[in-house]
Design a protein around this ligand. Structure first.
Ligand code: SF4
Length: 374
């Protein structure tokens, strides 16, 4: 990946692709919002990136489906993926690299040497421990050794997705390879975990840019998750929440309640036990593009003890079944409820969604104009 281009070149390249400076700034602002930083922090992140100071990222793949990489690349508008990839210097990534074999191994060693103590290590996938780690080897080295090697000189370490955070699907019972997450291998080191199956790319971008710009990491919970993105449950900011509070539930897939957008709790929704910002920061910059938004119960993928452990359609206990007094009144005649109706917390982050949607629309419009010009 190009690590030498100046900021002017970066902006010129993006503008040539139909992405304006304003849209570039918006992507940075959304990324800042994803980790709880104000808009001015996004502006500083953009300035730094536009100045050519792109953080070096070394990205390791272990036991996984590559879905987290796919979610980064499959944004609804190609311009957004390009902005994200232009904001970082992706110096090693097994999926995206054109090189192979000894060439790619050398590239990793060069990236480590050139950015010692400063690069960001992103881990995608679980690490198998059974039989000396023989079930995941790249270039003759097992995942445990490679992870320890690259983590030793990293400035920041991010476990991206549920597999890297705590084992995910690879660690589901009976866990035949004794798979686990990066924090369990890198004991004593700070590992930012961004669980999700897949993780939201803006949460990753926010952490990377915060580290690159301010040399800090977001405030983490006891599982290493950034509090701003993972402190609240899906249930607290779910657009279907007023239906839950009013006792309106889909009883089975495709029934009238399901078609009307009613609560999915009785279909097994794990939203009440799942901490994540999916409802507020949709995937692919498409409003409503998240499991509950498209009519499927939340499976609890950001929780170590829920996804891949509790059956998808099994209902769970709800800790606080009644709505807090700060929630707006429930109107029984509402069949569909927007995110703005679910409370003050939702409103704050809803602004981020709005900004993302506006940015996405703008990007699309800019691209169409660009295509017309061509
Ligand atoms: S149970 Fe699920 S669908 Fe129903 S309000 Fe909670 S998070 Fe939303």
């Amino acid at each position: 990946m190009d690590n030498s281009s100046s900021g002017d070149n970066l902006l010129a390249r993006l503008e040539a692709k139909g992405v304006s400076r304003r849209d570039f700034l918006k992507v940075c602002t959304i990324a800042a919002g994803a980790v709880g930083l104000p808009a001015w922090a996004g502006e500083q992140m953009a300035e730094k990136a536009a100045g050519g100071a792109k953080p070096s990222v070394i990205w390791l793949h272990f036991q996984e489906c590559t879905g987290c990489t796919e979610s980064l690349l499959r944004t609804s508008h190609p311009g957004v993926a390009e902005v994200i990839l232009d904001l970082i210097s992706l110096d090693y990534h097994e999926t995206l690299f054109a090189a192979a074999g000894h060439q790619i191994e050398e590239a990793m060693e060069q990236a480590i040497a050139a950015n010692k103590g400063k690069y960001v290590l992103v881990v995608e996938g679980a690490i198998p421990r059974k039989d000396g780690g023989i079930y995941c080897q790249v270039g003759g080295k097992n995942a445990i050794d490679t992870l320890n090697r690259v983590a030793a000189d990293a400035g920041a370490i991010i476990a991206l997705g549920s597999c890297a955070s705590f084992g995910g699907v690879a660690a589901a019972e009976p866990n035949p390879t004794d798979a686990t997450g990066a924090p369990m291998i890198l004991k004593g080191k700070t590992v930012v975990t961004l669980p999700g199956c897949p993780a939201n790319p803006y949460n990753l971008l926010g952490v990377v840019l915060q580290y690159a710009t301010f040399k800090t990491l977001p405030k983490l919970d006891k599982l290493g998750r950034p509090e701003f993105a993972y402190a609240r449950t899906i249930h607290e900011d779910c657009p279907r929440r007023p239906h839950f509070d009013a006792g309106r539930f889909a009883q089975k897939f495709g029934d009238d309640g399901h078609r009307a957008g009613y609560c999915l709790y009785k279909l097994g929704c794990k939203g009440p036990a799942t901490h994540a910002n999916c409802s507020l920061l949709p995937f692919c910059e498409v409003p409503g593009a998240w499991p509950v938004g498209i009519g499927h119960p939340c499976v609890g993928c950001t929780e170590q003890q829920v996804a891949f452990r509790v059956p998808i359609h099994t209902t769970i206990d709800v800790e606080r079944p009644t709505a807090p007094g700060t929630y707006p009144a429930i109107h029984p005649d509402h069949s569909v409820v927007g995110p703005a109706a679910v409370g003050l917390g939702g409103l704050a982050v809803g602004a981020i969604v709005g900004a993302g949607v506006v940015a996405s629309k703008k990007l699309t419009a800019e691209s169409e104009k660009h295509e017309e010009r061509e």
